[in-house]
Design a protein around this ligand. Structure first.
Ligand code: ASP
Ligand code: MG
Length: 418
């Protein structure tokens, strides 16, 4: 039997009517001849409520009990989904993580998959069951305790099952109808993509296009799981949504596929740090230990310090705005401990990052020039630039973010199909 994985996010199973709607989509695939593994999230808002309860009960909670509580939302929707399918005369059974068993590490709250043995589910399908409904986001540790995978983890559960069971495809049903060239709330010219490569999706996901958990895309890329993102609220068929796939499957692609942004960025500059071997490690080591996600880094050209005649430089980096306090503390601690010295820490909390992403950049020159020209024509000043093989990012004033996204979307003609 060909096998499909279908994952339903929180809004798609938010109440009994929506669970019924999702079950109808499962039934359609069973009628097309598929065995189906369904992965469900908790009803929308449920996990937040559970996390709130844990924090209120015990601020310094025991992570094992956190997982015992927050994993429960998915148990409810898995059972209800199996019941709903049975009411439609479809042989279905629900499975909690430990019953499969979904073996994970014991990093509670952020567990990773170790193995998903097929034996139990294969035996059930062999008995004539058509659907296995799996509680997403959870697993079991070697110690036999329930674990969870980190927020948004059901996407990763879905991809892991698709890989383990060699599914034809992994369909992620959500509340948007696909992946867009940019956020449609910023420009109405945003266009839904039919296909996008794993690598591009990874860049877009990590840049704040929050449709898929980043880890799920990494896993899909590693095991070449074809992922489809589509809406559970639309009438859908084989061609709906956006397929996230290997770049070999994408015949013709534009140089740039999408424009991503991240609104809440800060730019920090350490003024007058010594320019000596090991200085970058001395600065960014403590930041990393403090859990600061440093993104762009620029080291200025070095000059001679007037008084000591030793070479000095300025070091600029960006991080999310809500990590500025932590960054400042880590840097001050490193200075007090004599590991680094600097004259001043300049902080600009009004920045945003805008990026253009596309695998076509690997083989086309001139993308950066086109990007900078488009921003210049709008009078947008660039504070920091960073590039990778398939991405160019700029840090700009937050107040120009929308304007920059619109200008770049126009400049690369993303409203037109490739
Ligand atoms: N319910 C979990 C969360 O909200 C996992 C998921 O839905 O993917 O993070
Ligand atoms: Mg999600």
């Amino acid at each position: 039997m060909p096998l499909l994985v279908m994952k339903f996010g929180g809004t798609s199973v938010a109440d009994l009517a929506r669970i019924r709607n999702a079950a109808q989509k499962v039934r359609a695939e069973v009628e097309r001849g598929y065995d189906v593994i369904v992965i469900v999230s908790a009803m929308s808002g449920k996990t937040n409520e559970l996390v709130g309860w844990v924090n209120e009960t015990s601020p310094l909670y025991d992570a094992r009990e956190y997982d015992a509580v927050v994993s429960s939302g998915e148990n409810v929707t898995a059972g209800l989904m199996a019941l709903t399918l049975q009411e439609m005369d479809i042989p279905a059974r629900s499975w909690q993580g430990w019953q499969v068993p979904i073996q994970t590490t014991s990093a509670h709250g952020a567990a990773r998959f170790v193995d998903i043995p097929r034996t139990n589910l294969d035996a059930k399908f062999a008995e004539g069951f058509k659907v296995a409904v799996i509680a997403g986001f959870q697993g079991v540790s070697a110690e036999g305790r329930i674990t969870t995978l980190g927020r948004g983890g059901s996407d990763t559960t879905a991809v892991a099952f698709a890989a383990a069971f060699e599914a034809e495809r992994c369909d992620i049903y959500t509340d948007v109808d696909g992946i867009y060239t940019t956020d449609p709330r910023i420009t109405s010219k945003a266009r839904k993509l039919d296909k996008i490569s794993f690598e591009e999706m990874l860049e877009l996901a990590s840049l704040g296009a929050k449709v898929l958990q980043t880890r799920s895309v990494e896993l899909a890329m590693r095991y070449k799981v074809r992922l489809r993102v589509l809406s559970s609220f639309d009438d859908t068929d084989e061609t709906s949504g956006t397929l996230v796939c290997d770049e070999d499957e994408i015949m013709e692609s534009k140089v740039v596929s999408g424009v991503a942004y991240s609104r809440e960025e800060a730019k920090l500059t350490l003024v007058t740090v010594e320019d000596r071997p090991g200085i970058a490690a001395a600065i960014f080591g403590p930041l990393s230990d403090a859990g600061v996600n440093v993104d762009m880094i620029v080291q200025n050209i070095s000059e001679k310090d007037q008084s000591s005649d030793r070479p000095v430089t300025d070091m600029t980096f960006s991080c999310p705005v809500d990590q500025v306090a932590r960054a400042r503390k880590a840097l001050e601690a490193a200075r007090d401990a004599g590991q680094i010295s600097y004259e001043m820490l300049e902080v600009d909390e009004d920045a945003a990052k805008v990026s253009v992403v596309g695998i076509g950049m690997r083989s086309h020159a001139g993308v950066a020039a086109r990007m900078f020209r488009a921003l210049a024509e709008e009078g947008v000043n660039i504070k920091v630039i960073a590039t990778s093989e398939i991405k160019i990012s700029v840090l700009i004033d937050r107040k120009y973010m929308e304007l920059a996204v619109q200008a770049l979307h126009d400049a690369f003609e993303l409203d037109k199909a490739g």
